[in-house]
Design a protein around this ligand. Sequence first.
Ligand code: GYE
Length: 363
Amino acid sequence: MAAGVVFLVGFLQIEVMNKNIFSIICFCMILITGCAQSASRKVVNEQVPEAKEDLIVIGFSQVGAESDWRKENSESMRSTFTRDKGYELIFEDAQQKQQNQITAIRTFIQREVDYIVLAPVTEDGWDTVLGEAKDAGIPVIIVDRMVNVDDDSLFTCWVGSDFKLESRKACAWLKSYLERQHMDPGDVNIVDIQGTIGSSAQIGRTTGLRDAVIENGWRLLDAVPGEYTQAKGREAAARMLEKYDNINVVYCENDNEAFGAIEALEAAGKKAGGNIRGGEVLVMSFDGVSRQALENLRNGSISCIGECNPLHGPRVKKIIENLEAGQTPDKYEYVEEDVFSGYERITEVTVDGTSYPVKIMGK
Ligand code: GYE
């Protein structure tokens, strides 16, 4: 603006010297009009602040980015809650630390978001902060893993997987497979590479395996945390291979741990595969969301994957739409999940009298 005025003043000085009255009048008109416009713009800006879009503001506290499943879950939330669909998503990555999630929730409360969505890293330790959200009148939707609270009015609803059922389906597949290999149950020696200790997925998948071991007479040699990451999965499997020389099943509580376990087997001169009688080590896992996992099923290095569906964005959106319409969503919403395998001869598994299809991943 200042440069423009300097130019105009300079121009007027020249015109005055040339006694060109017409030009002077024209430029005065331009000057007055220009100032008036800028003033009107200024007045408009002062009178009508930029209209704040009427967005639904969601504060989402995500566990972290520890696995392929988590990345898919985050992408599902990000692609669902966009501005053009009427949402503002405040995404906070807790890097697998509960304190970061508690801090994020308190920030959401201060910012007076419309909804808080929490994917809790572990089940315990949420009563106080969820009480603060309740006092602030902000609905809390839990996704993926569960919270263990004394008062379940501290959250509006939960959507996620039945992790113990995932495990029971995968173990039913293992039972069926071992019978086809004519394996004596007493010769089945399993190690469990666990997920983040205290998380619902770990609790459900560990418990499901332990029940299956007892029901089928298998041997559970050990259970060690793999924290759902490939690096920790590799370290844990390597430790188990040094400690035990008779492992023939490695049960990994997610795919990324299985990728690490396969690396550890190869480093120990062993082969991940279904030919247990021929000395191979059967690797099984959970999730089934990455191209790598499906490739491992096809080449047999992972024999079975319990599906775990990460696409919670649309489900949470439906819940919020219901709440916005004054409706009450179901307190607990479980997602449907199957079993994946590359072994064609087992096409279904039965758990508690219910049959579930096995999706065969072709070669
Ligand atoms: O299996 C794993 C992720 O809570 C179901 O967490 C989720 C688990 C999933 O890191 O890959």
